[in-house]
Design a protein around this ligand. Structure first.
Ligand SMILES: Cc1cc2nc3c(=O)[nH]c(=O)nc-3n(C[C@H](O)[C@H](O)[C@H](O)COP(=O)(O)O)c2cc1C
Length: 411
């Protein structure tokens, strides 16, 4: 009689793995952290350095944050949007990252109500017309033509990403950007086939993923970053997000799903946890905004205590429901956290702040498995997205750019 199959032991997070068609040297992905390194909406040496540092530091794959699929989908106008002019720089970037032995992913999306229309000089879009207190203006309701245009733009962006040498495309469905805002019953008040029941609210993000899969081709991995909960009353929550994740799994367009939470629009600190760097953020703003932020910022930037693996409990609910490879994110900073994730059945981990603090952390962990991250989740890096994203305690970090006076929101 054949021996009973042993339950397989969890994988070593630092051993090679495959994500869809892509071979990775380990299971650690650098999560997107908007770099604020593109003053002319084109790749700069600073952006290349930012990602090659992560590559040299041992992570399997770095994620170039938030490359907008359309000009009005930028959170502010210095952000790269996909267009032929941006491609030579992106090709240089992917080649430089590959030379470090790492892979590189492009986060693509449309910021919708999180866009800064003043900076973009274009109206911001939302599922339904609404007052946008961040922009002090009105978000225009996306028409059917907008929806088709933006779905097509995602497909085009995926083709551009493939042709520029990216190994993966990560579609941003979270944080109440446009796709996430369609999912939110609080923001999506449409009465047509894109509003109301989950199946309708989910239609736009599902069309986006179908278009991305179609264009990405067979050699590029497709990932979605989705909210488990917006962390706001009346928002997209587990009752919707678990069935939505099941729909994505059934659609079959994804190689992995990255689980996040929070809303750049309504509850940004839910994404991060830890200290609220309100005065540091206010100090980067023009005088009027600075006053407003100091006076009213506490209501928007609520405090959530930090704890390691802070999304784990929510993410386990998804793990139990899905067979799709999952990426655990949120408060992963050391080998213990990575191992916990593997023991729980997550295939990959994503790390943001710990790798901003020390891009070389993965190699250090390889050398000494007890290494602890120096990140204190003070979140001053979050304040730095106004001036050139960096950890102020990373003394080898690059110098700040001047981006003051705009109001991009993290995430
Ligand atoms: C400075 C900064 C910028 C960020 N920008 C983005 C972004 O552009 N897109 C995104 O999906 N998430 C963004 N995030 C969120 C991170 O990807 C991640 O979800 C969050 O920081 C939790 O991971 P961590 O605990 O490892 O930091 C940003 C986070 C930080 C700290």
């Amino acid at each position: 009689m054949a021996p009973a199959a042993q339950p397989s032991s969890p994988p070593d997070p630092l051993a090679p793995a495959t994500l869809g068609p892509v071979n990775l040297r380990n299971r650690v992905i650098k999560a997107a952290t908007f770099e604020a390194a593109t003053p002319n909406a084109l790749v700069t040496a600073r952006l290349v350095d930012y990602h090659t540092a992560v590559g040299r530091g041992g992570a399997a794959m770095t994620t170039v944050a938030y490359l907008a699929v359309a000009p009005e989908g930028r959170t502010e106008r210095r952000q790269i949007y996909w267009r032929p002019e941006a491609l030579p720089g992106l090709r240089r970037l992917t080649a430089a990252v590959h030379a470090t032995g790492a892979k590189v992913s492009a986060q693509i999306g449309h910021a919708g109500p999180v866009a800064n229309p003043r900076s973009n000089r274009l109206p911001s879009l939302a599922p339904s017309r609404r007052f946008n207190p961040l922009a002090m203006g009105i978000d225009r309701a996306a028409t059917h033509a907008d929806i088709q245009r933006i779905v097509d733009a995602h497909g085009r962006a995926a083709a551009y990403a493939r042709d520029s040498g990216f190994d993966a495309v990560e579609v941003h469905l979270g944080h109440t950007y446009l796709a996430g805002s369609f999912l939110s019953p609080r923001i999506n008040r449409r009465r047509d086939e894109f509003g109301g029941p989950l199946a309708n609210r989910a239609d736009f993000p599902r069309r986006i993923l179908a278009a991305v899969r179609e264009s990405a081709g067979r050699d590029v991995a497709v990932i979605a970053k989705m909210n488990m909960t917006d962390g706001v009353r009346g928002g997209f929550d587990l009752d919707d997000s678990i069935p939505f994740a099941r729909m994505l799994q059934a659609d079959g367009h994804l190689d992995a799903l990255e689980l996040t939470g929070g809303s750049s629009l309504l509850n940004p600190m839910y994404l991060f946890r830890g200290d609220v760097p309100l005065s540091a953020m206010a100090d980067t703003q023009r005088p009027l905004l600075r006053l407003g932020m100091k006076a009213f910022g506490r209501a928007l930037f609520r405090h959530y205590p930090y704890e390691p693996l802070y999304f784990r409990d929510l993410a386990l609910r998804f793990r139990r429901e899905l067979t799709l490879p999952l990426i655990l994110l949120g408060g992963i900073t050391d080998l213990d956290g990575m191992r916990t994730a593997m023991n729980d059945g997550f295939e990959f981990v994503a790390m943001a702040r710990a790798l901003l603090r020390e891009p070389g952390l993965i190699n250090q962990i390889r050398r000494d498995r007890t290494t602890r991250s120096l990140c204190t989740h003070c979140n001053l890096c979050v304040a730095s997205i106004y001036t050139g994203t960096h950890c102020p305690f990373d003394t080898e970090g690059t110098t700040a750019l001047t981006n003051a006076g705009t109001l991009p929101l993290p995430g």
